[in-house]
Every structure is written in C-alpha cells, then in structure tokens.
Design a protein around this ligand. Structure first.
Ligand code: PAF
Length: 257
C-alpha cells in the first residue's frame, strides 16, 4: 500500500493509474477504522481497480464544544487494517494540505438535503463536510466515492453537492454494518461503557418499531429515554427511512433504517 500525505504525490499516482486505464474508487474517513469502514473498502473494490482511502479528522465539521480534540485517532492501526484489506493508497493529509494558508472558507455550500435533522442540532456540520469532501475530491480525483448509509443525510448532501458542481464522480452508498445485536458500527462506540453499550443496542430496535408502524416518532423518543438514553435529538422519517439521533452521556449516536 502506498502512503501519501502530500496532494501532488497522490495526484501523480492517481494520474498514472488512470493513464493505464484503471478506475479509482475513494473512501474518505476520519480514521479509527472498524469493520464498517472495511465494508466500504470492500464495496469500493467492486467499482474500481484501485482504492484510495483518506484518514483526516476534519476540524471544520466540529463545533468548538464538540469532540474534535478527543476524537479517536490511530493512524498506524488504521494503516495496518487498510493494508490487510488490499487498499492501494492511504492519503493522510495535514491541515496545511487541506486548508492551505489556513483558509477554511468552503468552496461550496451544502444544498437543500442539509435542511433539518442533523442541521437542527449541528448547524455547522454539513458546511464542514462539503468543504472537506469537495477538497478531498479535488485532491484524489476519483471516478467513484463510497459513503456509509449510517450518515444517511450526509450521503444525500454529498450526492446533491456532486450533482450541483457537475463533478464526474459516481457516489455509492454502502449498507450499514452492524454488530450481532444490530447496533450500527461507529467510531464513537469506542466512547461507550459496557452499561452504555447495552442501552445503545436499543436504538436500532426502537427505530425498527417505527419502521414497522408499531409506534410513531414521538413514542420512539419516549421509548429511547425509557431505555436509558439521556436525550433524543430527533426521530424522523425522510427519504423513505426512519432516522434517529440520541445521546448517551457525552456520546451522540445516530442510526437509520
Ligand atoms: O463520514 C465521515 O467520516 C466524514 O464526515 C467524512 C465524509 C470523512 C468527511 O470528513
């Protein structure tokens, strides 16, 4: 596996692959990789001869009170997992590569898919995501990019941004990877204690009850509090999905189905 931290070096390699007639699929991540990320890599592999993964914890998608500083980071562990998964290149830019001269102004805006849900609670989030994803797309120049359906609204926002900017990139959504109990895999699960994990496993169970028509969104919010969640940001239906976000202590979990 190649490792690049400088945009120009990565671009030279990607250009060489493309010149040889190979397609390039890209999986952007913030690291702390788990089986969910590796399922994105496996899906990317079915779309292209070459797979590039980035690991970059993007400051512009965190509000000052959020977990940017404490977000789990293990780039050497990540690199070992990606090498075992047969990834062709790992891109680990630093802030100077992503935001040259410290200019964090976004070249693009998030569109209508960003309205509501996450934005009601994390108003800065999608502007930060489209900012870094647009820049990463410019660095990697992939043919295909794979995003997990766990962040379903993010997938919609990015698809909309790619269409609005007429970028020649096919966006692919990857099914949510879950543990045997149904809990969606997430880097933030690493924050949870054993007791909190027991509660966390109720999130998908309760959202499933909404999907089956057993309870409505308000009843689901009550059921989540009864199950032990500290606070529910939302349970809502959109894009043919039931989506939820709820807090366990200082950890915010999202899921949808
Ligand atoms: O989904 C994520 O991990 C991040 O939002 C992304 C797409 C890598 C942008 O930082």
């Amino acid at each position: 596996m190649h490792r690049f931290s400088v945009k120009d070096d990565l671009q030279a390699q990607v250009a060489a692959w493309k010149a040889a007639g190979e397609k390039v699929a890209f999986v952007p991540t913030m690291g702390a990789l788990h089986e969910g990320h590796l399922s994105l890599v496996a899906l990317a592999r079915t779309h292209a001869q070459r797979v590039v993964v980035s690991v970059y914890v993007n400051p512009t998608q965190f509000a000052p009170h959020e977990d940017f500083d404490s977000y789990p980071r293990d780039v050497n562990g990540d690199a070992a997992k990606l090498a075992s998964a047969g990834v062709d290149a790992l891109y680990t830019p630093d802030a100077a590569q992503m935001y040259p001269g410290g200019d964090m102004q976004s070249p693009v805006q998030a569109g209508t898919a960003a309205a509501g849900l996450e934005t009601d609670f994390r108003p800065h989030f999608f502007e930060g995501v489209v900012n870094v994803v647009y820049r990463l797309f410019d660095h990697v120049k992939p043919d295909v990019a794979v995003f997990g359906e766990k962040d379903f609204q993010q997938l919609q926002v990015i698809s909309e941004m790619v269409a609005a900017q007429s970028l020649p990139i096919t966006i692919v959504g990857a099914p949510i990877a879950r543990d045997p109990s149904g809990l969606a895999l997430s880097s933030r699960n690493a924050y949870l204690s054993e007791d909190e994990l027991v509660v966390a496993r109720q999130l998908n169970v309760i959202l499933r009850r909404v999907a089956s028509g057993d309870i409505d969104e308000a009843q689901a919010s009550e059921a989540l509090i009864e199950a032990g969640f500290a606070k529910v940001d939302y349970v809502a239906q959109r894009w043919g999905r039931v989506l939820g976000a709820a807090w366990l202590g200082k950890t915010r979990l999202i899921d949808n189905l």
